[in-house]
Design a protein around this ligand. Structure first.
Ligand SMILES: Cc1ncc(COP(=O)(O)O)c(C=O)c1O
Length: 454
């Protein structure tokens, strides 16, 4: 075991909601990173089973990414990308993204975060419909429990309830459809295919009730990460896409988490047979070494935007840091590493060990519904079947395990009482063993703690 955790006297930084304040201990101050480990100011070394926020996909020691950033900073640290201005790294990255992406994309728009990319995708969808004289198409379909970002509109798109609670965010134009969660919502008599049929038939009825000519797009994550690693059932997206096509509704794939290897293919769209009209990527695009995101669109979408621009003037949209040359250089180098180091092959290989270890957690009797695809996985905590004291609001059990795992020098994340894992894609077999050994120990303590308390 690495050095004991020492609590530090942190200055108070505003605790925004996604970063649950852990009970009974303060958050460590992280100073360094090495491989799959994060190291705090006291020298404690934590195995990071979450790639920070699903994003540090290549771990924390990629010197090539640092060198790519430095080289670009020396040459040209920044210029904007408005009115067609280009830089070599942005040109190169755009071409590469089009080349490696699964669909027939022809155009790329750059931004800095997943939220910006998703909001841009919605604006693009609205403009496309306007170009086709279908400007009544404003509504957006999204999954319950989905997560698409924290800016106001991307939070509105998110079906995850906590995203709405503080500010009472709601918009009639966003229609939530059932989560494709076979584990929790499938009937015992149903196959995955039956479940998909039931959901898709609900979806179609809802589209008809809302009037198809008022619906612009459906935004969906190939695997819902923040919702608790919800892996879509067999053929679900194939059936969804058929319905969307029937009613002229665009399909936006939010690949912010799934993109760049997480599911065992370069994109989640390849793992789950998605052919989106628009695709958003971020996080793993630069392995989080630089904040950069992108929106990829098809020729059909782009032709629509061009037609509209000719009629009504330029599509007025863009951010100061859209197409940042340093971000583009880092992203390009990230993709080179993924290709040259055969990261996808590694994920396919190592994910078999990850799956087995995850399934073995069931032996502790604390882990239910273990599930994974590639290197993202989850399990639900088995909560003792007793009436809880009032203070045990939803999430308290998960938070407790996160805190105990931290004491065992392991970073995990809980979404309510579901524990999610998404280690860096470069993790080795030995490190996976360490991850699960620490997690099993933390679970043992968690079980003891709650037996004592109840
Ligand atoms: C699927 C998905 N979309 C969008 C976002 C938002 O990305 P960002 O935090 O970079 O705005 C996230 C963040 O976790 C995400 O998981």
């Amino acid at each position: 075991m690495d050095k004991e955790l020492k609590t530090t006297n942190n200055p108070q930084i505003h605790p925004f909601s996604n970063l649950h304040l852990l009970p009974e201990q303060s958050a460590p101050v992280i100073e360094k990173g090495k491989g799959v480990y994060l190291i705090d100011t006291s020298g404690t070394k934590y195995l990071d089973a979450m790639s920070s926020l699903w994003c540090a996909t290549l771990g924390y020691s990629q010197h090539r990414l640092v060198a790519a950033a430095k080289k670009q900073l020396d040459k040209l640290p920044y210029t904007h990308s408005f009115r067609g201005r280009r830089t070599p790294p942005v040109n190169e990255l755009a071409e590469k993204l089009i080349d490696i992406s699964p669909n027939q994309f022809t155009n790329v728009f750059f931004a800095s975060s997943g939220s910006e990319a998703n909001e841009s995708a919605i604006k693009i969808a609205w403009s496309f419909h306007k170009a086709n004289t279908e400007k009544a198409r404003r509504k957006i379909l999204s999954h319950e429990k989905s997560y698409h970002g924290s800016a106001i509109f991307s939070a509105l798109l998110s079906g995850s309830a906590p995203m709405h609670e503080h500010q009472n965010l709601r918009l009639a134009d966003i229609i939530f459809t059932a989560t494709p969660d076979f584990y929790h919502q499938g009937f015992s008599t149903e196959t995955e295919d039956d479940f998909s049929d039931r959901l898709v038939s609900h979806l179609e009825n809802r589209i008809l009730r809302e009037k198809p000519e008022t619906i612009a797009a459906f935004i969906a994550e190939p695997v819902m990460g923040v919702g608790g690693v919800i892996i879509p059932p067999k053929n679900y997206f194939k059936k969804v896409q058929k319905v969307l096509k029937r009613y002229g509704i665009l399909f936006i794939a939010d690949e912010v988490i799934c993109g760049f290897g997480r599911t065992g293919n370069l994109f989640g769209s390849q793992t789950f047979d998605l052919t989106p009209d628009i695709m958003t990527v971020a996080k793993g695009l630069s392995s989080a070494y630089f904040p950069i995101s992108a929106v990829l669109t098809t020729k059909q979408i782009n032709d629509g935007l061009e037609t509209l621009s000719k009629k009504t003037g330029l599509f007025s949209h863009g951010f100061t840091y859209s197409g940042h040359p340093v971000g583009a250089a880092v992203a390009m180098e990230t993709i080179r590493i993924i290709e040259q180091d055969r990261i996808i092959d590694h994920v396919r290989d190592i994910s078999k060990v990850f799956k087995i270890k995850l399934m073995e957690l069931s032996e502790t009797k604390a882990a239910l519904n273990t599930r994974s695809v590639g290197l993202m996985g989850a399990f639900d905590l088995a909560i003792p079947n007793k009436s809880y004291p009032k203070e045990f609001v939803n999430g308290e059990f998960g938070n407790k395990l996160v805190g105990l795992a931290q004491k065992h020098c392991l970073f995990i994340r809980a979404v309510g009482d579901t524990v999610v894992l998404a280690p860096p894609l470069i993790i080795s077999k030995g490190e996976i063993n360490i991850l699960f050994e620490r997690l099993t120990n933390a679970i043992g303590q968690w079980q003891k703690h709650f037996r004592f308390r109840f």
